[in-house]
Design a protein around this ligand. Structure first.
Ligand code: SF4
Ligand code: SF4
Length: 141
């Protein structure tokens, strides 16, 4: 571990093959790279392919080495750095995005059951982009 090094807090999406599903990734990030991982959302589908939204804190050099390690294991690593825009006027209030949003940034407010967006809670995982049938959520890049 480097001594002169920035502390970073980054959000990433991991996609991995069935062979990787049972690997102790979080343990290795802590033990081998001195990082603090926080699993925001994890799924394994019927084909045993996995995806995980992960928040990682630690020294920047350790973070970079961990990313290289994950890639060398065959994981696909996507970085979450942009901002999400929600177009209230285009939104049809179908609610599909609220079912996939891991941080409740897109949520249904009761009792009127209307969809709202709290940008402060958004971790830019991009799950809602795939879920929205009318492209009411977009990346601000
Ligand atoms: S990108 Fe979309 S799904 Fe992900 S946290 Fe933000 S609003 Fe929720
Ligand atoms: S999926 Fe799209 S249209 Fe449906 S509630 Fe979310 S933003 Fe609105």
């Amino acid at each position: 571990m480097s001594i002169e090094n920035n502390i970073v807090n980054r959000n990433i999406i991991l996609r991995f093959s069935p062979e990787m599903v049972d690997q102790p990734l979080v343990y290795r990030l802590v033990k081998d790279f001195d990082l603090i991982p926080n699993i925001i959302k994890a799924n394994v589908n019927q084909d045993r392919k996995g995806n995980m939204v992960l928040s990682i804190s630690g020294y920047e050099n350790d973070y970079k080495e961990a990313v290289e390690y994950m890639k060398s294991c065959g994981m696909e690593v996507s970085f979450l750095a942009d901002t999400i825009l929600w177009d209230k006027d285009s939104c049809t209030q179908c609610g599909a995005c609220t079912a996939v949003c891991p941080s409740q940034a897109l949520y249904i407010e009761r009792p009127d059951m209307t969809v709202h967006f709290d940008s402060d809670k958004c971790i830019v995982c991009q799950m809602c982009l795939q879920a929205c049938p009318v492209k009411a959520v977009k990346l601000d890049i």
